[in-house]
Design a protein around this ligand. Structure first.
Ligand SMILES: [Fe+2]
Length: 168
């Protein structure tokens, strides 16, 4: 295979990207207790963990975030969270959307590669993006979990994450 075959998708001398896999759905609610109960009773979810302190990146994306709960049912995870103040109101019935979808990748190197891949398409001029925003930096939390966020062409938000074995 010529070097150029790989370079079209990835920067020179890096392997082509392995597929990212679905990790969790991010769901904003105006009533966390109500939402957690419903997901527990409807989907049979169990609580994995809860968080009430957040990174700067999270609070810049979601000002006023007060609590996040990870629920799990089988292989599916839901991240339910509540915000205070502006952005914390319940949406009009019928206009609520999933807040973000999280995709998991296999290594820190793949995180960087996915972020560069996103930036390359964004800067190529071949696509119209309804939100004119670059991908965020990759941040690492105290458990070593890495994340960055980027929007698709419609303005739907994706999180990419790498979770070291110790934190999963
Ligand atoms: Fe998330």
């Amino acid at each position: 295979m010529s070097e150029n075959a790989v370079a079209t998708l990835e920067s020179p001398r890096l392997a082509p990207l392995r597929a990212a896999t679905f990790h969790h759905l991010g769901i904003q609610t105006a009533d966390l207790a109500n939402c957690v109960s419903w997901y527990q009773e409807f989907f049979g979810c169990k609580e994995n963990w809860a968080l009430d302190r957040f990174s700067e990146l999270t609070t810049s994306r979601l000002p006023g975030i007060v609590k996040l709960v990870e629920l799990r049912a089988g292989g599916t995870r839901f991240h339910l969270f509540e915000r205070e103040g502006e952005g914390g109101e319940a949406p009009d019935p019928g206009s609520a959307q999933f807040q973000h979808v999280c995709m998991e990748v296999g290594s820190p190197e793949e995180m960087s590669a996915w972020q560069r891949h996103w930036t390359r398409l964004y800067e190529s001029g071949r696509f119209h993006f309804t939100l004119d925003e670059p991908a965020t930096e990759i941040v690492t939390d105290e458990d070593g979990v890495q994340s960055f966020y980027a929007f698709d062409v419609n303005g739907l938000e994706y999180e990419f994450t790498w979770i070291p074995e110790a934190a999963s």
